[in-house]
Write a protein that binds this ligand. Structure first.
Ligand code: AMP
Ligand code: MG
Length: 466
Protein backbone atom coordinates (compact mmCIF):
# COMPACT_ATOMS: atom_id res chain seq x y z
CA UNK A 1 0.00 0.00 0.00
CA UNK A 2 2.88 2.41 0.75
CA UNK A 3 5.94 2.29 -1.53
CA UNK A 4 8.94 2.63 0.77
CA UNK A 5 12.62 2.96 -0.08
CA UNK A 6 14.48 3.71 3.13
CA UNK A 7 17.80 5.23 2.16
CA UNK A 8 18.56 6.69 5.61
CA UNK A 9 18.13 3.32 7.28
CA UNK A 10 21.00 2.15 5.05
CA UNK A 11 23.39 4.78 6.43
CA UNK A 12 26.34 3.58 8.56
CA UNK A 13 26.28 2.76 12.26
CA UNK A 14 25.56 5.59 14.61
CA UNK A 15 23.23 7.55 12.34
CA UNK A 16 20.08 6.30 14.03
CA UNK A 17 18.59 3.83 16.47
CA UNK A 18 16.06 1.26 15.33
CA UNK A 19 12.96 1.78 17.43
CA UNK A 20 9.27 1.13 17.04
CA UNK A 21 6.59 3.64 17.93
CA UNK A 22 4.90 2.85 21.25
CA UNK A 23 1.25 1.84 20.75
CA UNK A 24 -1.47 4.15 22.06
CA UNK A 25 -4.74 3.25 23.81
CA UNK A 26 -7.46 4.47 21.49
CA UNK A 27 -6.38 5.94 18.15
CA UNK A 28 -8.92 8.33 16.63
CA UNK A 29 -8.33 10.30 13.47
CA UNK A 30 -8.48 14.06 14.11
CA UNK A 31 -7.47 15.26 10.65
CA UNK A 32 -6.31 13.80 7.37
CA UNK A 33 -4.81 15.80 4.53
CA UNK A 34 -6.40 14.24 1.44
CA UNK A 35 -4.54 16.42 -1.05
CA UNK A 36 -1.17 15.55 0.44
CA UNK A 37 -2.06 11.85 0.62
CA UNK A 38 -2.78 11.90 -3.08
CA UNK A 39 0.45 13.79 -3.78
CA UNK A 40 2.28 10.90 -2.10
CA UNK A 41 0.35 8.27 -4.02
CA UNK A 42 -1.54 7.14 -0.93
CA UNK A 43 -5.28 6.43 -0.87
CA UNK A 44 -7.13 8.69 1.59
CA UNK A 45 -9.88 6.11 2.12
CA UNK A 46 -7.31 3.51 3.17
CA UNK A 47 -5.66 5.94 5.57
CA UNK A 48 -9.05 6.63 7.11
CA UNK A 49 -9.76 2.92 7.65
CA UNK A 50 -9.11 1.31 11.03
CA UNK A 51 -5.93 -0.22 9.62
CA UNK A 52 -4.76 3.14 8.24
CA UNK A 53 -5.44 4.98 11.49
CA UNK A 54 -3.53 2.37 13.43
CA UNK A 55 -0.50 3.02 11.19
CA UNK A 56 -0.88 6.79 11.69
CA UNK A 57 -1.04 6.25 15.47
CA UNK A 58 2.07 4.05 15.53
CA UNK A 59 0.08 0.97 16.58
CA UNK A 60 0.87 -0.93 13.38
CA UNK A 61 3.99 -0.83 11.21
CA UNK A 62 3.19 -0.82 7.51
CA UNK A 63 4.96 -3.32 5.29
CA UNK A 64 8.24 -1.89 3.99
CA UNK A 65 8.70 0.57 6.84
CA UNK A 66 11.93 0.45 8.88
CA UNK A 67 11.26 2.69 11.86
CA UNK A 68 14.23 4.60 13.21
CA UNK A 69 14.99 7.58 15.45
CA UNK A 70 17.61 9.85 13.88
CA UNK A 71 20.65 11.06 15.80
CA UNK A 72 21.51 14.76 15.83
CA UNK A 73 23.10 17.41 18.02
CA UNK A 74 22.41 21.15 18.10
CA UNK A 75 22.90 24.61 19.49
CA UNK A 76 19.88 25.40 21.62
CA UNK A 77 19.65 29.16 22.24
CA UNK A 78 23.36 29.34 21.50
CA UNK A 79 24.44 26.55 23.85
CA UNK A 80 25.78 23.38 22.24
CA UNK A 81 24.18 20.05 23.13
CA UNK A 82 26.22 17.17 21.64
CA UNK A 83 23.31 14.73 21.69
CA UNK A 84 19.68 15.55 20.98
CA UNK A 85 18.13 13.27 18.34
CA UNK A 86 14.52 12.23 17.73
CA UNK A 87 13.29 12.04 21.29
CA UNK A 88 9.61 11.98 20.44
CA UNK A 89 9.55 11.07 16.78
CA UNK A 90 10.09 8.01 14.66
CA UNK A 91 10.88 8.02 10.97
CA UNK A 92 8.73 5.24 9.51
CA UNK A 93 10.58 5.35 6.23
CA UNK A 94 10.82 7.14 2.90
CA UNK A 95 7.84 7.08 0.58
CA UNK A 96 8.37 7.16 -3.16
CA UNK A 97 5.64 9.34 -4.71
CA UNK A 98 4.23 8.46 -8.14
CA UNK A 99 6.42 11.16 -9.75
CA UNK A 100 9.55 9.62 -8.22
CA UNK A 101 9.97 12.22 -5.46
CA UNK A 102 11.14 10.88 -2.11
CA UNK A 103 9.50 11.95 1.16
CA UNK A 104 10.18 11.11 4.80
CA UNK A 105 7.14 9.84 6.65
CA UNK A 106 7.62 10.60 10.33
CA UNK A 107 5.41 10.10 13.37
CA UNK A 108 5.86 12.87 15.92
CA UNK A 109 4.69 12.19 19.47
CA UNK A 110 5.04 8.43 18.98
CA UNK A 111 6.68 7.50 22.27
CA UNK A 112 10.14 7.31 23.80
CA UNK A 113 13.31 6.52 21.88
CA UNK A 114 16.95 6.14 22.96
CA UNK A 115 17.19 9.94 22.44
CA UNK A 116 14.34 10.91 24.76
CA UNK A 117 16.52 11.86 27.74
CA UNK A 118 13.96 12.70 30.43
CA UNK A 119 11.08 13.32 28.00
CA UNK A 120 8.06 11.08 27.61
CA UNK A 121 8.28 10.98 23.80
CA UNK A 122 4.75 12.28 23.51
CA UNK A 123 2.99 15.39 22.22
CA UNK A 124 -0.36 16.80 23.15
CA UNK A 125 -3.02 17.96 20.72
CA UNK A 126 -2.10 21.65 20.95
CA UNK A 127 1.33 21.64 19.26
CA UNK A 128 0.24 18.89 16.86
CA UNK A 129 -2.72 20.90 15.56
CA UNK A 130 -0.71 24.14 15.53
CA UNK A 131 1.99 22.55 13.37
CA UNK A 132 -0.69 21.02 11.13
CA UNK A 133 -2.37 24.37 10.44
CA UNK A 134 0.73 26.50 10.15
CA UNK A 135 2.77 24.13 7.98
CA UNK A 136 -0.13 23.62 5.59
CA UNK A 137 -0.71 27.37 5.32
CA UNK A 138 2.99 27.79 4.50
CA UNK A 139 2.71 25.11 1.83
CA UNK A 140 -0.34 26.85 0.37
CA UNK A 141 1.69 30.07 0.17
CA UNK A 142 4.51 28.27 -1.63
CA UNK A 143 6.96 28.48 1.28
CA UNK A 144 9.37 25.52 1.52
CA UNK A 145 8.12 23.50 4.47
CA UNK A 146 7.52 20.10 5.98
CA UNK A 147 3.90 19.05 5.60
CA UNK A 148 1.20 17.52 7.78
CA UNK A 149 -0.45 14.34 6.55
CA UNK A 150 -2.51 13.41 9.58
CA UNK A 151 -3.22 14.05 13.24
CA UNK A 152 -4.45 11.23 15.43
CA UNK A 153 -5.69 11.45 19.00
CA UNK A 154 -4.13 8.77 21.17
CA UNK A 155 -6.74 8.37 23.88
CA UNK A 156 -3.92 8.79 26.41
CA UNK A 157 -3.22 11.78 28.60
CA UNK A 158 0.07 13.63 28.39
CA UNK A 159 1.32 15.37 31.53
CA UNK A 160 2.64 18.90 31.17
CA UNK A 161 2.98 21.93 33.42
CA UNK A 162 -0.64 22.78 32.64
CA UNK A 163 -1.77 19.34 33.85
CA UNK A 164 -3.13 16.34 31.94
CA UNK A 165 -3.75 17.02 28.25
CA UNK A 166 -5.03 14.79 25.45
CA UNK A 167 -2.19 13.18 23.50
CA UNK A 168 -1.83 13.22 19.72
CA UNK A 169 0.50 11.99 16.99
CA UNK A 170 1.34 14.05 13.92
CA UNK A 171 2.34 12.38 10.67
CA UNK A 172 4.90 14.69 9.19
CA UNK A 173 6.12 14.63 5.62
CA UNK A 174 9.45 16.18 4.64
CA UNK A 175 12.00 16.14 1.84
CA UNK A 176 14.17 14.84 4.69
CA UNK A 177 14.67 15.50 8.38
CA UNK A 178 18.42 16.12 8.03
CA UNK A 179 19.37 19.20 10.02
CA UNK A 180 22.40 21.39 10.63
CA UNK A 181 22.48 19.50 13.92
CA UNK A 182 22.84 16.18 12.09
CA UNK A 183 26.19 17.40 10.73
CA UNK A 184 27.15 18.76 14.14
CA UNK A 185 26.51 15.36 15.71
CA UNK A 186 29.29 13.78 13.64
CA UNK A 187 31.57 16.83 13.61
CA UNK A 188 31.77 16.98 17.40
CA UNK A 189 32.65 13.25 17.44
CA UNK A 190 35.39 13.74 14.82
CA UNK A 191 33.66 11.24 12.56
CA UNK A 192 35.03 12.40 9.23
CA UNK A 193 33.85 9.19 7.52
CA UNK A 194 30.30 9.77 8.71
CA UNK A 195 30.40 13.44 7.68
CA UNK A 196 31.52 12.44 4.21
CA UNK A 197 28.74 9.82 3.95
CA UNK A 198 26.15 12.34 5.17
CA UNK A 199 27.39 14.95 2.71
CA UNK A 200 27.14 12.50 -0.19
CA UNK A 201 23.66 11.47 0.92
CA UNK A 202 22.49 15.08 1.13
CA UNK A 203 23.96 16.00 -2.25
CA UNK A 204 22.35 13.04 -3.95
CA UNK A 205 19.03 13.63 -2.26
CA UNK A 206 18.63 17.41 -2.21
CA UNK A 207 21.34 19.07 -4.29
CA UNK A 208 22.23 16.69 -7.14
CA UNK A 209 24.04 19.49 -9.01
CA UNK A 210 26.41 20.26 -6.13
CA UNK A 211 30.01 19.48 -7.00
CA UNK A 212 31.26 18.97 -3.42
CA UNK A 213 31.01 20.19 0.18
CA UNK A 214 31.76 23.85 -0.63
CA UNK A 215 29.24 23.95 -3.42
CA UNK A 216 26.73 22.22 -1.14
CA UNK A 217 27.31 24.91 1.47
CA UNK A 218 26.71 27.64 -1.10
CA UNK A 219 23.49 26.01 -2.22
CA UNK A 220 22.17 25.49 1.31
CA UNK A 221 22.94 29.14 2.11
CA UNK A 222 21.06 30.24 -1.02
CA UNK A 223 17.99 28.15 -0.19
CA UNK A 224 17.87 29.34 3.39
CA UNK A 225 18.04 32.95 2.20
CA UNK A 226 14.89 32.32 0.16
CA UNK A 227 13.06 30.51 2.96
CA UNK A 228 13.82 33.17 5.57
CA UNK A 229 12.75 35.93 3.15
CA UNK A 230 9.46 34.03 2.73
CA UNK A 231 8.99 33.93 6.51
CA UNK A 232 9.66 37.63 6.83
CA UNK A 233 7.20 38.49 4.06
CA UNK A 234 4.41 36.70 5.94
CA UNK A 235 5.22 38.04 9.42
CA UNK A 236 6.18 34.53 10.51
CA UNK A 237 8.20 33.95 13.66
CA UNK A 238 9.62 30.45 13.98
CA UNK A 239 10.35 30.83 17.65
CA UNK A 240 13.05 28.15 18.11
CA UNK A 241 15.66 28.61 15.39
CA UNK A 242 18.14 26.28 17.04
CA UNK A 243 20.57 24.52 14.71
CA UNK A 244 18.70 21.25 15.24
CA UNK A 245 15.59 22.97 13.90
CA UNK A 246 17.15 24.12 10.61
CA UNK A 247 16.71 21.68 7.74
CA UNK A 248 19.45 21.19 5.16
CA UNK A 249 16.78 20.91 2.45
CA UNK A 250 15.75 24.53 3.10
CA UNK A 251 12.31 23.50 4.33
CA UNK A 252 10.81 25.19 7.37
CA UNK A 253 10.88 22.53 10.08
CA UNK A 254 9.95 21.91 13.72
CA UNK A 255 7.05 24.24 14.19
CA UNK A 256 6.95 24.70 17.94
CA UNK A 257 5.89 27.91 19.62
CA UNK A 258 5.73 29.63 16.22
CA UNK A 259 3.21 32.29 15.26
CA UNK A 260 2.40 35.06 12.80
CA UNK A 261 2.37 38.66 13.95
CA UNK A 262 -0.90 40.50 14.07
CA UNK A 263 0.30 44.00 14.91
CA UNK A 264 3.57 44.73 13.13
CA UNK A 265 6.65 45.20 15.21
CA UNK A 266 10.12 43.93 14.29
CA UNK A 267 10.92 42.88 17.86
CA UNK A 268 7.91 40.58 18.16
CA UNK A 269 8.47 37.32 20.06
CA UNK A 270 5.84 34.75 21.05
CA UNK A 271 7.75 31.80 22.42
CA UNK A 272 7.50 31.57 26.17
CA UNK A 273 11.06 30.17 26.32
CA UNK A 274 12.64 32.95 24.22
CA UNK A 275 13.11 35.40 27.07
CA UNK A 276 15.83 37.50 25.44
CA UNK A 277 14.23 37.78 22.04
CA UNK A 278 17.03 35.83 20.39
CA UNK A 279 14.57 34.58 17.78
CA UNK A 280 12.44 37.72 17.38
CA UNK A 281 11.04 38.39 13.88
CA UNK A 282 13.78 40.82 12.86
CA UNK A 283 16.56 38.60 14.26
CA UNK A 284 15.78 35.66 12.00
CA UNK A 285 18.13 36.50 9.10
CA UNK A 286 21.09 37.01 11.47
CA UNK A 287 20.28 33.79 13.30
CA UNK A 288 20.17 31.95 9.98
CA UNK A 289 23.69 33.20 9.24
CA UNK A 290 24.85 32.07 12.67
CA UNK A 291 23.35 28.62 12.12
CA UNK A 292 24.85 28.38 8.65
CA UNK A 293 28.25 29.23 10.11
CA UNK A 294 27.85 26.16 12.35
CA UNK A 295 27.03 24.09 9.28
CA UNK A 296 30.07 25.48 7.47
CA UNK A 297 32.29 24.58 10.42
CA UNK A 298 31.16 20.95 10.10
CA UNK A 299 32.07 20.83 6.41
CA UNK A 300 35.55 22.34 6.70
CA UNK A 301 37.27 18.98 7.47
CA UNK A 302 35.94 17.73 4.12
CA UNK A 303 37.20 20.72 2.15
CA UNK A 304 40.92 20.03 1.85
CA UNK A 305 43.61 22.55 2.84
CA UNK A 306 42.30 24.01 6.08
CA UNK A 307 43.31 27.62 5.63
CA UNK A 308 41.75 27.76 2.17
CA UNK A 309 38.69 25.86 3.43
CA UNK A 310 38.08 28.38 6.21
CA UNK A 311 38.38 31.24 3.75
CA UNK A 312 35.98 29.62 1.25
CA UNK A 313 33.47 28.60 3.90
CA UNK A 314 33.47 32.08 5.41
CA UNK A 315 32.83 33.61 2.02
CA UNK A 316 29.99 31.14 1.41
CA UNK A 317 28.31 31.98 4.71
CA UNK A 318 28.66 35.70 4.03
CA UNK A 319 26.94 35.30 0.68
CA UNK A 320 23.72 34.96 2.68
CA UNK A 321 23.61 38.74 3.22
CA UNK A 322 23.30 39.90 -0.39
CA UNK A 323 21.18 36.89 -1.40
CA UNK A 324 18.78 37.55 1.44
CA UNK A 325 18.70 41.28 0.72
CA UNK A 326 17.75 40.64 -2.90
CA UNK A 327 15.10 38.11 -1.88
CA UNK A 328 13.69 40.49 0.73
CA UNK A 329 13.45 43.34 -1.78
CA UNK A 330 11.76 41.00 -4.23
CA UNK A 331 9.20 39.76 -1.66
CA UNK A 332 8.34 43.17 -0.25
CA UNK A 333 8.40 44.76 -3.70
CA UNK A 334 5.86 42.14 -4.83
CA UNK A 335 3.77 42.78 -1.72
CA UNK A 336 3.51 46.39 -2.86
CA UNK A 337 3.27 45.57 -6.56
CA UNK A 338 6.44 47.54 -7.35
CA UNK A 339 10.12 46.98 -8.08
CA UNK A 340 11.68 46.23 -4.73
CA UNK A 341 15.33 47.10 -5.16
CA UNK A 342 15.00 50.71 -6.34
CA UNK A 343 12.22 51.33 -3.79
CA UNK A 344 13.76 49.94 -0.63
CA UNK A 345 13.29 53.29 1.12
CA UNK A 346 9.61 53.40 0.28
CA UNK A 347 9.14 49.87 1.65
CA UNK A 348 10.97 50.76 4.84
CA UNK A 349 8.95 53.96 5.26
CA UNK A 350 5.77 51.90 5.22
CA UNK A 351 7.13 49.38 7.75
CA UNK A 352 8.17 52.23 10.04
CA UNK A 353 4.70 53.75 9.86
CA UNK A 354 3.16 50.36 10.56
CA UNK A 355 5.35 49.84 13.63
CA UNK A 356 4.69 53.36 14.94
CA UNK A 357 0.95 53.01 14.51
CA UNK A 358 0.62 49.37 15.49
CA UNK A 359 -0.92 48.42 12.17
CA UNK A 360 -1.84 44.83 11.41
CA UNK A 361 0.84 43.27 9.17
CA UNK A 362 -1.46 41.14 7.04
CA UNK A 363 -4.34 43.59 6.76
CA UNK A 364 -2.15 46.47 5.60
CA UNK A 365 -0.87 44.54 2.59
CA UNK A 366 -4.22 43.03 1.63
CA UNK A 367 -5.77 46.43 2.23
CA UNK A 368 -3.43 48.12 -0.23
CA UNK A 369 -4.90 46.08 -3.08
CA UNK A 370 -8.45 46.36 -1.73
CA UNK A 371 -8.27 50.12 -1.05
CA UNK A 372 -8.82 49.69 2.71
CA UNK A 373 -5.25 49.96 4.01
CA UNK A 374 -5.86 53.49 5.29
CA UNK A 375 -8.25 52.08 7.91
CA UNK A 376 -5.36 50.23 9.54
CA UNK A 377 -3.60 53.48 10.50
CA UNK A 378 -4.41 55.98 13.21
CA UNK A 379 -2.44 58.84 11.67
CA UNK A 380 -4.20 58.83 8.31
CA UNK A 381 -2.31 61.85 6.99
CA UNK A 382 1.02 60.11 7.42
CA UNK A 383 -0.31 57.09 5.58
CA UNK A 384 -1.80 59.23 2.79
CA UNK A 385 1.56 60.92 2.22
CA UNK A 386 3.23 57.53 1.87
CA UNK A 387 0.40 56.19 -0.33
CA UNK A 388 0.73 59.08 -2.79
CA UNK A 389 4.38 58.20 -3.40
CA UNK A 390 3.46 54.54 -3.73
CA UNK A 391 0.56 55.18 -6.13
CA UNK A 392 2.88 57.25 -8.30
CA UNK A 393 4.69 54.01 -9.14
CA UNK A 394 1.50 52.47 -10.61
CA UNK A 395 1.56 49.33 -8.45
CA UNK A 396 0.65 46.04 -10.07
CA UNK A 397 -2.45 44.82 -8.26
CA UNK A 398 -2.37 41.31 -9.75
CA UNK A 399 1.04 40.65 -8.20
CA UNK A 400 -0.17 42.02 -4.88
CA UNK A 401 -3.19 39.75 -4.85
CA UNK A 402 -1.01 36.76 -5.68
CA UNK A 403 1.52 37.24 -2.89
CA UNK A 404 -0.50 38.79 -0.05
CA UNK A 405 -2.70 36.33 1.80
CA UNK A 406 -6.20 37.53 2.66
CA UNK A 407 -5.89 35.48 5.83
CA UNK A 408 -3.25 33.76 7.90
CA UNK A 409 -3.62 31.27 10.74
CA UNK A 410 -3.94 33.92 13.40
CA UNK A 411 -2.73 32.92 16.80
CA UNK A 412 -6.04 33.44 18.57
CA UNK A 413 -7.83 31.35 15.94
CA UNK A 414 -5.32 28.54 16.33
CA UNK A 415 -5.83 28.61 20.09
CA UNK A 416 -9.60 28.62 19.60
CA UNK A 417 -9.38 25.59 17.28
CA UNK A 418 -7.16 23.75 19.76
CA UNK A 419 -9.48 24.48 22.68
CA UNK A 420 -12.46 23.15 20.72
CA UNK A 421 -10.50 20.05 19.64
CA UNK A 422 -9.57 19.32 23.25
CA UNK A 423 -13.28 19.52 24.06
CA UNK A 424 -13.98 17.04 21.25
CA UNK A 425 -15.14 19.45 18.54
CA UNK A 426 -13.02 19.46 15.38
CA UNK A 427 -15.32 21.81 13.42
CA UNK A 428 -13.37 25.04 14.18
CA UNK A 429 -10.12 23.30 13.22
CA UNK A 430 -11.59 21.97 9.97
CA UNK A 431 -12.96 25.37 9.05
CA UNK A 432 -9.70 27.15 9.86
CA UNK A 433 -7.73 24.56 7.90
CA UNK A 434 -9.94 25.04 4.87
CA UNK A 435 -9.66 28.82 5.12
CA UNK A 436 -5.89 29.04 5.61
CA UNK A 437 -5.15 26.54 2.87
CA UNK A 438 -7.08 28.85 0.52
CA UNK A 439 -5.26 31.94 1.76
CA UNK A 440 -5.91 34.14 -1.26
CA UNK A 441 -9.60 33.31 -1.64
CA UNK A 442 -11.62 36.35 -0.42
CA UNK A 443 -14.67 34.26 0.49
CA UNK A 444 -16.98 36.44 2.65
CA UNK A 445 -17.97 33.52 4.88
CA UNK A 446 -14.37 33.53 6.15
CA UNK A 447 -14.23 37.27 6.85
CA UNK A 448 -14.22 36.70 10.61
CA UNK A 449 -10.91 34.84 10.24
CA UNK A 450 -9.26 37.93 8.72
CA UNK A 451 -10.26 40.13 11.61
CA UNK A 452 -7.66 41.18 14.18
CA UNK A 453 -7.96 39.72 17.66
CA UNK A 454 -9.96 41.68 20.22
CA UNK A 455 -7.92 42.83 23.19
CA UNK A 456 -9.28 39.88 25.16
CA UNK A 457 -8.32 37.43 22.40
CA UNK A 458 -4.70 38.47 21.94
CA UNK A 459 -2.34 35.54 22.57
CA UNK A 460 0.71 36.81 24.43
CA UNK A 461 2.83 33.68 24.45
CA UNK A 462 3.05 30.33 22.74
CA UNK A 463 4.43 27.17 24.31
CA UNK A 464 6.56 24.33 23.06
CA UNK A 465 4.46 21.79 24.87
CA UNK A 466 7.46 19.52 25.22
P1 AMP B 1 12.39 20.66 19.78
O1 AMP B 1 11.88 21.54 20.87
O2 AMP B 1 11.30 19.99 19.01
O3 AMP B 1 13.37 21.30 18.89
O4 AMP B 1 13.13 19.47 20.56
C1 AMP B 1 14.41 19.57 21.10
C2 AMP B 1 14.85 18.20 21.55
O5 AMP B 1 14.08 17.73 22.64
C3 AMP B 1 14.76 17.10 20.49
O6 AMP B 1 15.83 16.23 20.66
C4 AMP B 1 13.45 16.45 20.81
O7 AMP B 1 13.38 15.13 20.33
C5 AMP B 1 13.47 16.49 22.34
N1 AMP B 1 12.12 16.46 22.89
C6 AMP B 1 11.21 17.45 22.87
N2 AMP B 1 10.08 17.07 23.49
C7 AMP B 1 10.27 15.81 23.92
C8 AMP B 1 9.46 14.87 24.63
N3 AMP B 1 8.23 15.14 25.04
N4 AMP B 1 10.00 13.66 24.89
C9 AMP B 1 11.24 13.34 24.50
N5 AMP B 1 12.04 14.19 23.83
C10 AMP B 1 11.57 15.40 23.54
MG1 MG C 1 13.43 20.17 17.07
Amino acid sequence: MIRFDNSYARMPDGFFARVRPTPVSAPALLALNDALAERLGLTPALLRSAEGVSVLAGNAIPRGAEPIAQAYAGHQFGGFVPQLGDGRAVLLGEVMAPDGARFDLQLKGSGPTPFSRRGDGRAWMGPVLREYLVSEFMAAMGVPTTRALAAVGTGDMVWREEGGLPGAVLTRVAASHIRVGTFQYFAVRDRRDALAALTDHVIERHYPDATGPLDLLNKVVARQAQTIADWMSLGFIHGVMNTDNMAISGETIDYGPCAFMDVYHPDTVFSSIDRNGRYAWAQQPQVAVWNLAQFATCLIPLMGDEEQAVEDATKAVHSFGPLYQTAWQQRFGDKLGIEGAPNQQLIERLLTLMAQQRADFTRVFTGLAAGTARDEFTDRAAFDAWARDWQALSPDMATMRRVNPVRIPRNHRIEEAIAAAVAGDMAPFDRLFDAVTHPRDPRPEWDDLSRVPLQSEVVQATFCGT
